[in-house]
Design a protein around this ligand. Structure first.
Ligand code: 5GP
Length: 186
């Protein structure tokens, strides 16, 4: 059986860039989530997310199609169960980039097979600056995301590993080291 590597970090913590680097430098398979949020500029359907309506998201919940799902701020996000289980059975390691509520559900359902990694920004001030710089959210949304970040960071204790994102290269190296070590676990 493969393992599920979950990375979580507050919005603006740099996890999308980290994810892209990890996917290029490892044999991890990425599980594309479903979301009801609208695509941001440059995002592509089926590559970044499956962008779906609230109605079809709720139908998928009823049909038990998600391994986990959560409402993050105003939108729903969920991990398709089919992809995850198909590749786990074939011995592949899967990467999930999901929030703390989703990570908790994955740990509950796939206790021995999941490895939870929290990526922390160097500080909340720096996180605020990064959110401002990327210019995809207005002031009010940035404020909401910072409040949420503070709450999410209280969940670090549920994670198996904590990695600080001071530099992209070191952060990616740390995660690759974790994956390697988990591959050697007895
Ligand atoms: P964003 O809208 O910035 O892409 O993502 C907002 C939050 O939703 C992030 O914390 C991201 O990790 C989380 N997220 C993305 N996909 C999923 C998913 O499938 N499940 C859960 N629980 N959270 C997700």
């Amino acid at each position: 059986m493969g393992k599920i590597f979950v990375i979580s970090s507050p919005s603006g913590g740099g996890k999308t860039t980290i994810k892209n680097h990890l996917l290029r430098q490892s044999s991890l398979l990425y599980s594309v989530s479903c979301t009801t949020r609208l695509p941001r500029q440059g995002e592509k359907d089926k590559r970044d997310y499956f962008f779906i309506s609230q109605k079809s998201f709720k139908q998928k919940i009823k049909d038990n199609e998600f391994a986990e799902w959560a409402k993050v701020l105003a939108n729903y996000y969920g991990t398709p169960r089919y992809f995850l289980e198909k590749w786990l059975k074939r011995g592949k390691n899967i990467l999930l980039e999901i929030d703390v509520k989703g990570a908790k559900q994955i740990k509950k359902e796939y206790k021995k097979q999941s490895v939870l990694i929290f990526i922390s920004p160097p500080s909340l001030q720096e996180l605020g600056q990064r959110l401002k710089n990327r210019k995809t959210e207005g002031d009010e949304e940035i404020c909401q995301r910072l409040k949420l970040a503070e709450k999410e960071m209280q969940e670090i204790k549920r994670y198996d590993y904590l990695v600080f994102n001071k530099s992209l290269r070191l952060c990616v190296e740390d995660i690759k080291t974790i994956i390697k070590a988990e591959g050697c676990r007895i």
